[in-house]
Write a protein that binds this ligand. Structure first.
Ligand SMILES: *Cc1c(COP(=O)(O)O)cnc(C)c1O
Length: 372
């Protein structure tokens, strides 16, 4: 069959995104009992979902014969109020991945380029490549974004620059002063995509006032998601906040019903449940300390993280990290290997419940014992 040969070379060259291993796959592959498996591989919320959101979504089941509100009127109104922006500045997405994709699709084309950091979220290069545009990966500094080098990497063809803060998988944060300085110096002809998927996990002292920057910088878009702290990864709701003209452009290529009715209802209700978000935040802080202390006791180096996950390094040959990963899987623990991120010695673990973190640390100690 030669039909596929007609697909552009840049499409055929795409290496598909590798998601965290689903629990069902481990059950099939290793014959483990599902109830004994702990998945800490996709930065999902160990507390599940806000009860208010669950209730709202259950109600919506009765209405799924109808198309969702394609304008997302209620959710946009709630977001507009929360962030003191106009509804014309909001783009809703089927997860924030969808919003990132829309940004790439409206501004990139073959011949154009996008800049991102080494070790940045793997979706960025994928989106750029899917359009046949040129991706410019800028070497990281201490595993984080080197904003100065990223500015220097911009060419006249560059239309988008992706910044994840905190970044996944490294957990690094770009501080607010540096970001502001960066925005002040970048050409207005380049869209700055500030991906704040983990914003809710930041302590107040580390929160930037990024939404206020929108007034000053028409070339800024902030993306956030209901997948992480809000515990709604399965229903796919994210959003972007941008200048009305940028939002308008993106809304033209958006599929008319890109956010499902269950997702819209869940996100709207989740926004009202500030108690839940407080619990999520507190659990994550405690779990972060627990994991850092556990890793330290095992003599394992990690990258200080501002997210709901932590990236740690297995010393020696990269095959050691693969062996540790395999041993963890056999013990029913799913973490994320980072070979696809040019970090073959590293594994990323999502912060779970206290009991899950404890089991992870015990299993990791076993795995290291097996290695010796
Ligand atoms: C998880 C994540 C997202 C969010 O993806 P959704 O499509 O909203 O589920 C976006 N950016 C980064 C850096 C992430 O880690």
């Amino acid at each position: 069959m030669n039909l596929c040969d007609f697909a552009p070379e840049y499409i055929r060259a795409i290496q598909p995104y590798q998601p965290g291993k689903p629990i069902s796959e481990l059950v099939r592959d290793l014959g483990l009992d599902e109830s004994n498996i702990i998945k800490l591989a996709s930065n999902e919320n160990p507390l599940g979902t806000s009860p208010l959101a669950l209730e709202a979504m259950a109600h919506t089941l009765n209405e799924v014969a109808r198309y969702p509100d394609g304008s997302g009127f209620e959710l946009k109104a709630a977001l507009a109020k929360r962030y003191a922006v106009s509804t014309e500045q909001i783009i809703l997405g089927n997860g924030s991945n969808d919003v990132l994709d829309l940004a790439a699709r409206v501004l990139l084309k073959p011949g154009a380029s996008a800049v991102y950091s080494q070790y940045a979220f793997a979706i960025y290069p994928l989106l750029v490549q899917a359009i046949g545009a040129h991706g410019i990966s800028v070497p990281a500094k201490d595993y984080g974004h080197d904003l100065t080098a990223m500015l220097d990497a911009i060419t006249p063809e560059t239309r988008i620059i992706f910044i994840a803060s905190p970044n996944n998988p490294t957990g690094t944060l770009s501080n607010a002063n540096d970001l502001l300085h960066f925005l002040e110096h970048i050409s207005r002809d380049v869209l700055v995509v500030l991906d704040e998927a983990y914003n809710e996990y930041l302590p107040e002292t580390n929160q930037s006032n990024s939404v206020a920057w929108l007034k000053q910088f028409p070339n800024l878009i902030i993306t956030r998601t209901f997948s992480k702290a809000y515990g709604l990864a399965g229903v796919r709701v994210g959003y972007g906040l941008a200048h009305p003209e940028v939002a308008n452009l993106m809304n033209r290529v958006r599929q008319p019903f890109n956010v499902c009715s269950i997702g819209l209802a869940g996100a709207l209700a989740a926004m009202q449940d500030s108690e839940f978000i407080k619990r999520v935040y507190a659990l994550n802080r405690a779990g972060m300390l627990q994991l850092k202390e556990g890793l330290r006791q095992l003599g394992i180096k990690y990258i200080p993280s501002y997210g709901n996950f932590i990236c740690f390094r297995i010393a020696g040959d990269p095959s050691n990290a693969a062996k540790i990963n395999q041993s963890l899987l056999q013990q029913g623990i799913i973490v994320r290997p980072l070979g696809a991120y040019e970090l073959p010695q590293h594994l990323r673990v999502t912060i779970g419940l206290e009991s899950e973190n404890k089991k992870f640390l015990e299993s990791l100690a076993n795995a290291i014992g097996e290695l010796a």
